[in-house]
Design a protein around this ligand. Sequence first.
Ligand code: PFF
Length: 456
Amino acid sequence: MAEKRTSIHGQWSSRMVFILAATGSAVGLGNIWKFPYITGENGGGTFVLIYLLCIALIGIPIMMAEILLGRRGRQSPINTMAALSAEEHRNPNWVLLGWLGVVAGFLILSYYSVIAGWAMAYVFRTAGGLFTGVTADGVNSIFSDLVSDPEKLLAWHTIFMVMTMIVVARGVKNGLEKAVTFLMPMLFVLLIIVVIYAMSTGYFMDGVRFLFSPGEITGKAVLIAMGHAFFTLSLGMGAIMVYGSYLSEEYSITQASVVIALADTAVALLAGLAIFPIVFANGLEPGAGPGLIFQTLPIAFGHMQGGILVGVLFFLLLVFAAWTSAISLIEPAVAYLVENKGVNRIYASVWIGLLTWLVGLGTVFSFNIWKDRTLSIPYLFEDYTFFDTLDYLTANLMLPLGGLFIALFAAWIMRVESTREELHTYPVIYKVWRFLVRFVTPLAVIVVFLRGIGAI
Ligand code: PFF
């Protein structure tokens, strides 16, 4: 048995706290903002089915691999990869996988924070009664007023980044744990309230049909569905790895992974069930893009009884969900600085937060002064803004690539004894997991990727 390490950053105080924290990382803007709009853009049913398959066949096995690596390495993803490749007497360049994750997390947070800022702005717009009796045109102009004003976006982006830095600076026990134990249960309750409203619209079944009845699908949509499976489960960049590094030895990684994936999927489907009936009840457009929830839901909130309260709660929920995810996006980088540069958490959080904030300006401007500055990369995308480009590169490229290498490392580089000891699960579960990460997951990621860019 290898000598057990301990984390210098502390440990989760219970299994439940780990599950809440990892679910807090997984459940975020991805479930409530992104899942509905990409489902709307990609035609519904088949897209959802592929996304669900990716969660089961790629997401859960990679999540187990990530937690396993994190718990065995007990450090930031960069140092974990260095320690594990040394322990297995393998190429030290595996450390680059840790770096890929840190960079991906940093880039994702830079735009994530801007979108979270929209949600914060909407808490106040809804509370102020701005949407009461609003028309579709009215709601569109409120949305474009917000996104076309770089100063407003900048202010909200700044506030969100400060909120994130404060929780991260407080550390594992005082910051992360406190935030998630309170925020996660609250989020479930709020979401269910909105679904109950959606049931009363008379269009609930239209929403269900849209989400679950199959239709046409393109190779690019399949890649987006897979990329989203990584994004929504926070996989491929070390966020779950670093949370795994604070997990105590005796807990079952398999069980935790299944619970986290189920909770995350449940929230995404609930968000879809909350949003699409409201979209159809009001004759709105499911493929409206990143503005979907901001351009459609306020109409419903503006016309339903108690709409101000439901609307405020809904956007508040979105901010909470984004906050618990943002924390995990920055944690790998902060943990690394604390470990390698000997700085304290406050210093590390502030510096990384500032840098992220700066890159976030690119996303702030993507919706206004840089709206027409677009980029095309042959085979990958055409006419993408700074925000579109970051979103594409991180979700569809960096996360699947990170996930692929995590699977390869766990299945082909680590010795069987190491992974078996760390997972300590039933032999049959171990065999299935190993088969999936050895063959199915890498092959699926490669095929979906090549088809997505039209190479096969
Ligand atoms: N899973 C988060 C969401 O669905 O909103 C986003 C995210 C968090 C992605 C952490 C990646 C990550 F490491």
